[in-house]
Design a protein around this ligand. Sequence first.
Ligand SMILES: C[S@@+](CC[C@H](N)C(=O)[O-])C[C@H]1O[C@@H](n2cnc3c(N)ncnc32)[C@H](O)[C@@H]1O
Length: 247
Amino acid sequence: MEWNSALYDNKHDFVAEYGKGLLAFIPDCKEQTILDLGCGTGTLTAQLAPLGSRVMGVDASRNMIDKAKEQFGNIEFRVCDALALPFEAEWDVVFSNAVFHWISDHDALLAGIHKVLKSQGLLVCEFGAKGNIASVEKGFAEACGEYGFDYAPKFNFPTTEHFWELLETNGFIIDKIYDYDRPTVLKDGDQGLVNWMKQFFASELSVMEEDTQAAVLKKAEDLTRDTLWDGKEWVADYRRLRVIAHI
Ligand SMILES: C[S@@+](CC[C@H](N)C(=O)[O-])C[C@H]1O[C@@H](n2cnc3c(N)ncnc32)[C@H](O)[C@@H]1O
């Protein structure tokens, strides 16, 4: 899917903001090379830049990479699919925030990351865990159904146990792995959930007429209000899986 980079930076900059916690797991070693996998608009790549001798951001979305280049002209960015990384034993660290749940084949993903890491290289990543945004997805799916559209669940939110197993079968040694609830306040008060759905369900909404889109979004809000609206803000039911592992 193509990404709306302006909406991402204006309304969903909390994604990168939360990702900053992951930076604490990057070793203190100025000579290291770091690949930011699924770098989006480059906010975290810029934070990684002073932590290594060579730091590059890659992302499958041309829009996101164009925005990253525009904002951080001194950093190397490339359009590139995480499942077809054009490197071999080149990186000391692969870093990734909020990306893996967009990729359906985690086995192939981990095999590819293993291939691009140098011996003893490190994977530092966080993404959606089993149960992530369950209420949002359920509300949106039901709303789509009411207007004659089938929502096919598209995210890959694994359990910790399953991802642990995949890491091991792909040759990783696990240093840390855990999932946790991270209730996430959406920006813009009343508009927060609609903004979120417009960004992250963009491809589903794109096949609907404009008035149907509006009706589906309103219905999804109505269906989730009891669970996710706290009277002032929308608080999405995020659950994250954090992994630190090396080869
Ligand atoms: C929620 S954004 C996170 C961006 C950034 N890491 C951050 O923390 O702000 C998810 C990003 O994953 C990228 N992505 C999804 N699937 C991908 C794939 N197969 N290969 C590379 N990037 C991918 C999207 O293009 C998007 O920029």
